[in-house]
Design a protein around this ligand. Sequence first.
Ligand code: MN
Length: 485
Amino acid sequence: MDKYKVLIGLEMHCEISETNTKVFSSAENSYKDEPNSNVRPVDLGFPGTLPVVNKEAVKKALMASIILNCKQPEFIYFERKNYYYPDLPKGFQITQETKPAPVGIYGELEYECNGEMKKARINNIHLEEDAASTDHYSRYSTIDYNRAGVPLLELVTYPDFRSADEAVAFLETMRRIYQYAGISEADSRKGQVRCDVNVSIMDKDLDETKEENWGTKVEIKNVNSFSGVRDAINYEIERQIEAKENGTYDEMEQQTRRWDEASMTTIYMRGKVDAIDYKYFVEPNIPKFKLAESWVEEIRKSIPVLANERKHTYIEEYGLSNYDATILVKEKSISDFYEETIKLGADPKTSSNWMTTVILGHLNKYELEIKDIYLTPEYLVELINLVEKGDISSKQSKEVFYKILEDKKSPSEIVKSLGMKQIGDEDTLRPMIVKIIEEHLDLIEEYRKGRNVFDFFVGQVMKQTRGQANPSLTAKIIKEEIDKR
Ligand code: MN
């Protein structure tokens, strides 16, 4: 490993989920519905149908382009990528391939990897349509055209990553950008994010600014999870180093492979000679249109507060540690929930403690999302307040938390039903304690002789309140009353 340097480039495909309709048709942008129910004739390329560009999809794509510090084109236009596959009934995909067509070119993005800031250069980001989805069974295959025409953003980086860690940290950063900017849910489990990974290795002492030194590029297609990206890269680095060591590296051709999850290996698909010529040309059915600078400015101004900025606020204004702030912004739904509790008046640190320990612990354990559990920001604030008022102890509050999820009731209802509520006000406790002491004045004598009567009095108070007296306040009042006598 020490003798080589690794070069990794990424192509990240992410569906834009936050538009109502598809990128070139009025079909609903959703495939939660019955297969083949959100389909218009234009999605199937029927003769005589024409695509209409979805302005919202272009807007979201431009937003991503601005966030990635890319240069936006003077004119927006699309191109045809010609190939046949059953998931592409038109026989071509509408995309933006050749410069300067893409919605963004030549950008860069800073991202954090293992506590260090890194920078990756972006070659381009372009808007295209997704293909239909196919499922293969032993004797037949099915096609769902609900996905055909779903807006897709493809981001292409330069080979700026030096390890699987860096590549995955970048992808995680991008995923957060898509979520926080309201561009996409970017959920890999829903198949919304797919990556192609380029890996090559070069001798460490060669000049990496010269492309001819980069080694033989191997592309791994369609990796569907970030953990898959990590494993595929690490496998490929090992494989290529082994080829260097046993002298077969120079025979290795530029090739496309696929990641096989089952065997945890990459498998050869095709070599350079089999590379497909897509015969790109400008899509004739979509007029080229000039991109107004004022619209780009408007989009720039509408970019919401993103994860990094939120994290900064959590550290600088709320006094959270970098570690906790990082955990809180990792998922937008968690960060939104947290911010809601602050708006409702919760102490930022107390709320953060709840979120990063008890709540996330529970969610991770059962692989749940925050929206899946019966806890609202209002309930969390109520629970925090119950502890702060001394109504329940912090130990009891954990029990209440799990009971909220189990019984689907509010914190106060749970506290009531468990008979947990502490009696924490002096006005109730003091007269009760005075009465108990008055009835056992003989014990005060014993106390002076050195007998421990303290526990007896506490016991009496607990008996009368059915265990609900606040223990520390009870002890304090008993001591005061005994000392008075
Ligand atoms: Mn593409």
